[in-house]
Write a protein that binds this ligand. Structure first.
Ligand SMILES: [Zn+2]
Ligand SMILES: [Zn+2]
Ligand SMILES: [Zn+2]
Ligand SMILES: [Zn+2]
Ligand SMILES: [Zn+2]
Ligand SMILES: [Zn+2]
Length: 367
């Protein structure tokens, strides 16, 4: 949307305001030629405009043939027009009411409008305050539009990025651990251990179809809040959604027994939970099959790739949001690593990728 003025354009049209001079020129010789009929002007009274002369009855609007003598007239492409015709032919019209626009106008989507018409009928409405948007605004993933000045003032849902409000997200809540979740996301949130357990079994079967086999016998799942997860995590500054801890009695180079503890945030929407679950199960697979001390970009990239494998064919908008976050994550391990792994799998196929991981700690060269 742009706000502009036509004044400069009108200026180019050479606005000639009652500048007609009727000459009383009885003695001039040779006789002037009428620009309209191309005949000599014998009468002492005639009209001169710029460098042209006209019989007084021949100075006419090029469109409606009304006399322009003693009238306000306009010039466009070397022709003269009365005000009405000029407005009709050359002044831009508001695309809403059809009337000519003098002065300031609003441009939106390649069309122009009077300021009032734009604000009343065309302007997008802000989802938060319902007022017309005529300045900078934000469109979220869901197509909701907001004034830019709301940014940072209203809470945003951790799981879908919507501003929390009645109109955009059916309200919202704040968990005790200070996470915000909107009304839409909260509906399908996973809070119960048996639900989470069921989902883990289902997802491990899905991953098995891709050749990622996980032994769930030694895998324990716990739903935890954000504070507990932060206590368990290696990096307190990072906001984890899940974590996998490996317990094993190992002597250098050889692991004797393994147990896995998966911790996942409670209260996440179903699709976010599934993405996290696939990620953590991939950690279990890597702990079981791959060399220790793998490049973290390869590790986290592979785990995020498992989320992608699980969700890639799901067409829901929430899944699209989750995958969009994955694709655009700037983190060098989780985002960059994921994109590198994706490239790798695209070239070598899933089977060779899994085989590669069992024998290598680092990305192959060229990735
Ligand atoms: Zn004439
Ligand atoms: Zn006219
Ligand atoms: Zn209008
Ligand atoms: Zn607003
Ligand atoms: Zn949400
Ligand atoms: Zn991870």
């Amino acid at each position: 949307m742009q706000q502009r003025s036509y004044n400069h354009i009108v200026g180019v049209f050479i606005l000639l305001l009652i500048s007609v001079l009727i000459f009383f020129n009885a003695f001039a010789s040779p006789k002037p030629i009428c620009d309209y009929c191309k005949r000599e002007i014998a009468d002492a009274n005639y009209v001169t405009v710029e460098d042209k002369c006209f019989h007084t009855e021949h100075f006419l609007c090029a469109e409606c043939s009304k006399s322009l003598v003693n009238q306000k007239f306009f010039k466009e492409q070397n022709k003269y027009y009365c005000e009405n015709c000029f407005n009709k032919e050359f002044v831009p019209k508001c695309q809403k009411c059809g009337e000519p626009i003098q002065g300031r106008y609003f441009e939106f989507d390649g069309k122009i409008y009077h300021k009032q018409c734009y604000e009343k009928f065309i302007a997008p409405r802000c989802c938060l305050c319902q007022k017309a948007i005529d300045g900078e605004y934000i469109i979220d993933f869901w197509g909701n539009k907001y004034h830019k000045y709301h940014q940072g003032k209203d809470p945003i849902c951790t799981y879908c990025g919507r501003y929390i409000s009645e109109s955009t997200s059916q309200g919202g809540f704040q968990y005790d651990d200070s996470r915000y979740i909107c009304g839409i996301c909260k509906k399908g949130a996973i809070n119960k251990a048996h639900e989470a357990e069921k989902s883990m079994i289902f997802i491990s079967q899905k991953l098995k179809n891709f050749g990622i086999e996980i032994n769930l016998d030694k895998t324990k799942l716990q739903l935890v809040d954000r504070n507990r997860l932060a206590q368990l995590s290696p990096d307190r500054n990072k906001d984890y959604a899940g974590l996998t801890k490996f317990e094993g009695n190992a002597i250098p180079g050889k692991v004797i027994s393994r147990n896995f503890n998966i911790y996942i945030l409670s209260g996440m929407p179903r699709d976010n939970f599934r993405a996290t679950m696939a990620h953590e199960l991939m950690h279990v697979w890597l702990y079981s099959k791959a060399p220790m001390e793998m490049d973290p970009a390869l590790t986290e990239g592979c785990c995020n790739y498992a989320s992608y494998l699980l969700l890639q064919n799901d067409r829901s908008k929430q899944v699209a949001y989750v995958l969009d976050r994955l694709e655009n994550d700037p983190n060098i391990f989780y985002g960059e690593g994921y994109r590198r792994v994706k490239k790798m799998v695209r070239r070598m196929g899933i089977e060779s990728w899994l085989e590669y991981l069992q024998n290598n700690k680092n990305f192959p060269s060229g990735y």
